[in-house]
Design a binder for this molecule. Structure first.
Ligand SMILES: N[C@@H](CCC(=O)N[C@@H](CS)C(=O)NCC(=O)O)C(=O)O
Length: 347
């Protein structure tokens, strides 16, 4: 009898120890962590961004700006009612995923391509595609190259830890062309190598080519070739196992997209609060409790749009034709105006 009891006790305490261990493991990896609660308790969002890509995430005079930075601000506005409550964590291509896995950042908002491996193997989840991109090539205009198919024999600069290196290899192999890949550990060294003439071309996502070019001594002396050789769906990334947080991240983007579709902008937000249109009322929270269902407030979309604007405003301000980068909206237009940006409805 005594033996039986002690054996049971042992089994129970063993089970408890196992559960405690699992809880610790979950917390350490952030998998089961309640990120939304953690952000609210901390009073700030930790957002993983790039180390410096103008138009997307770059720091000047101690201030971060850009398309990916605005996404961090939008999440902070939705959760904390203050777009300034963000701690930016600059991450290069190689360190970004471990930073997210380890819980160093709550979300990664950093020109990151959604791939199967990054979800299944790295145990991450991509939110909506905030920017549809593709890989391209930058060349000095003086080389008089008009297509990537003229790059046979070239030295091609890429950054380590990105999708660009293997895609470039595949592309040139498929076209029976020989290239020499020059892999650089950081974007700063990538730019330096290209500007110094170490390589004939630089390859990465087209949006980044436009961005990097703005920082060159003579931007007009470099052209982005028309060839786009891959699909690079870029979007925010979170850890697996925290559906509530995943929803907050997804609906932050969808609030901005629905805002644009319904004509609700940072300029018209006060009028939108008086609107009688059912779709607008649901978006701004004068009807229903959609924001509360997300663990936020009824007016979460108002907070976002007031802070950073709707999707079109964010795109134009940071990377659009009126910005330094001057990227045409292209496929990133709304589905209703010929693009593929499409948000599920708030209802
Ligand atoms: N979208 C591609 C490329 C993203 C990427 O990291 N591009 C580099 C080259 S421009 C970059 O943003 N570097 C900035 C940094 O490492 O801080 C990916 O997810 O692998």
């Amino acid at each position: 009898m005594t033996r039986g009891v002690s054996a049971k006790t042992f089994r129970t305490s063993g089970l408890l120890a196992l559960l405690a261990g699992a809880a610790v493991a979950f917390t350490a990896h952030g998998a089961a962590a309640q990120t939304l609660k953690a952000v609210k308790d901390r009073g700030s969002l930790t957002c993983g961004v790039s180390t410096g890509i103008i138009g997307f995430s770059a720091q000047a005079d101690g201030k971060w700006t850009g398309f990916d930075v605005d996404f961090c601000k939008a999440v902070a506005a939705a959760v904390l009612n203050d777009p300034a409550k963000v701690t930016y964590v600059p991450l290069n291509a190689e360190e970004r995923f471990t930073a997210l896995q380890s819980g160093k950042v709550d979300v990664l908002s950093r020109n990151t391509t959604w791939t199967l491996e990054r979800e299944a193997k790295l145990k991450l989840l991509f939110g909506p595609i905030t920017y549809y991109d593709g890989q391209g090539f930058l060349v000095p205009a003086a080389r008089k190259v008009e297509s990537a198919l003229e790059l046979d024999g070239s030295k091609v600069c890429v950054q380590a830890g990105t999708t660009a290196a293997s895609y470039a290899t595949d592309y040139f192999k498929a076209n029976n062309m020989k290239i020499e890949l020059v892999t650089l550990p950081s974007v700063q060294e990538l730019v330096k190598a290209y500007e110094a003439g170490t390589c004939d071309t630089l390859t990465t996502d087209v949006s980044q080519l436009y961005a990097l070019r703005t920082g060159f001594a003579k931007p007009a002396a470099h052209i982005v070739l028309p060839d786009v050789i891959t699909k690079e769906p870029l979007g925010p990334v979170v850890r697996q196992g925290d559906d509530e947080w995943f929803n907050v991240v997804k609906w932050t983007h969808y609030a901005m997209l629905n805002g644009e579709e319904l004509g609700v902008s940072s300029l018209s937000i006060d009028d939108a609060l008086k609107s009688e249109k059912p779709d607008v009322k649901r978006l701004v929270g004068t009807e229903g409790d959609y924001g509360t269902q997300l663990g936020l407030t009824k007016d979460f979309a108002v907070r976002i749009i007031r802070a950073v604007g709707n999707y079109g405003e964010v795109f134009e301000r940071n990377v659009g034709t009126g910005s330094k980068l001057a990227i045409p909206r292209g496929v990133n237009q709304l589905w209703s105006t010929g693009g593929i940006q499409y948000a599920p409805p708030v209802r």
